[in-house]
Design a protein around this ligand. Structure first.
Ligand code: EZ4
Ligand code: CO
Length: 404
């Protein structure tokens, strides 16, 4: 069996997605997600100009060898562009192997450990009241776990909040050049514990509550926030501080028992090796599309299991339904599963990427379908060409980029 043809498909049904399709000489094909928010075309070029020519004629069943060939063979290891490109190939090869076997990928990994993958939704509000309303709405929809974010009074715009109630699906990237937003840590730190006090008062201690600090705090500020949130029994605080320096998390741990999650911007096991082995985190968020595919994320998860660290994969709208299908397969199997983020895609995105997984009462479930259980409607995708879009940039009051 040989890889006969590979292509990328770039589409923007509201936001940009890059998808890889690998076609074999026996006609079976597999799909992989290659979307890297705001740097989409770099991955497309990496794949088309440098990876595809090396793969034509190879046996697509040799997933491990192809992974090592792309990772070690390139000489230049790691990095988001490289690891997203490898992830896309890897996902597509697992999809092909599943179709060959007539089994879902979760069966190939070792079978189901659970019936469904617990997800958390995003309850966003421009202010506390809107955020509490959004929490109620999520509980009505069956969510067992809810991330809560609110606008910060005094800041014109707060990342992760969206445009507020009734304004449709929240999309963090914006069309055109990167928008710039103000940031003020002291306002945020004053306001956030009050938000969670109100949410617990409104809904009690039943639902799991999560919060994302988007890397905006120093370690000692994160320690402060953790302490302030302890009475509300959080499921986690996410991306409390940047983690280029993994040791930074030691300081947070010295001050608070709040569970810590980090890793949506990691792309290899080396980014979280110390965080995991020193038990500085509780949940690892590195995800299939940005961390080298199923083959590599499985290694991270197995390593994490030795230190009682569980998975809590990134699942924002900039991960396509192809990645989400892979995440559901992975989450059904992985023994040390924790939770999966779910930011729903628009109906149009779901139409471009028909998929088998579905939301049911707080969980994502899927049927016993071969491969990843996701397709792409290329004709529909072609109607929505790439549109330049970027994530917002945060600046401090004095106009500088925040510098920690
Ligand atoms: O900022 O996906 O937890 N989710 C998040 C997301 C990320 C975007 C970055 O592309 O933090 O909203
Ligand atoms: Co996040």
């Amino acid at each position: 069996m040989k890889i006969e043809r590979i292509q990328t498909i770039v589409t923007c049904p509201g936001r940009n997605f890059v998808t890889v399709r690998i076609v074999t000489d026996e006609g079976i094909w597999g799909l992989g997600d290659a979307t890297l928010n705001g740097r989409e075309l770099a991955v497309k070029s990496y794949l088309e100009d440098h990876v595809f020519p090396c793969l034509i004629g190879r046996d697509p069943r040799n997933i491990e060898d192809i992974w090592q060939y792309l990772y070690r063979g390139a000489y230049w290891r790691r990095g988001p562009v490289t690891m997203t490109a490898i992830a896309a190939i890897d996902m597509a090869l697992w999809d092909i192997k599943g179709k060959l076997a007539g089994m879902p990928v979760y069966q190939l990994l070792g079978g189901k450990s659970r019936n469904g993958v617990m997800v958390y939704g995003h309850a966003n509000g421009r202010d506390h009241e809107e955020a509490v309303d959004a929490v109620h709405k999520h509980i009505e929809e069956g969510f067992k776990a809810i991330r809560v974010q609110s606008g910060v009074p005094g800041l014109a715009k707060t990342y992760g909040v969206g445009k507020g109630k009734g304004k449709g699906f929240y999309e963090p990237a914006e069309k055109g050049l990167p928008p710039e937003e103000p940031w003020d840590t002291s306002l945020y730190l004053r306001h956030t514990p009050e938000l969670f006090r109100k949410v617990r008062e409104a809904v009690g201690f039943g639902p799991h509550l999560l919060h994302d600090a988007h890397h905006r705090l120093t370690p000692i500020e994160a320690g402060r926030l953790g302490k302030d949130l302890e009475p509300y029994r959080m499921f986690w605080i996410e991306d409390a501080t940047p983690a280029e320096n993994q040791a930074a998390f030691r300081l947070i741990r010295q001050h608070t028992t709040i569970p810590l999650a980090v890793g949506e911007i990691f792309n290899s096991i080396w980014d979280c090796k110390d965080l995991i082995s020193e038990q500085l985190i509780d949940f690892i968020r590195s995800t299939i599309v940005h961390a080298g595919g199923i083959t590599h994320v499985r290694r991270i998860a197995d390593f994490a299991a030795m230190y009682q660290v569980r998975t809590g994969f990134h699942g924002a709208t900039d991960l396509s339904p192809v990645c989400m299908a892979a995440a559901v397969n992975f989450g059904l199997w992985v023994p040390n599963f924790g939770i999966q983020e779910l930011m729903p895609h628009t109906p149009l995105t779901d139409e471009v990427f028909p998929h088998n997984y579905r939301y049911e009462d707080g969980f994502l479930v899927m049927d016993e379908v071969p491969g990843l259980g996701v397709e792409i409607d290329e004709e529909l995708a072609a109607k929505y060409p790439y549109e330049r879009a970027y994530l917002p940039i945060a600046r401090l009051r004095d106009g500088s980029m925040w510098n920690w």
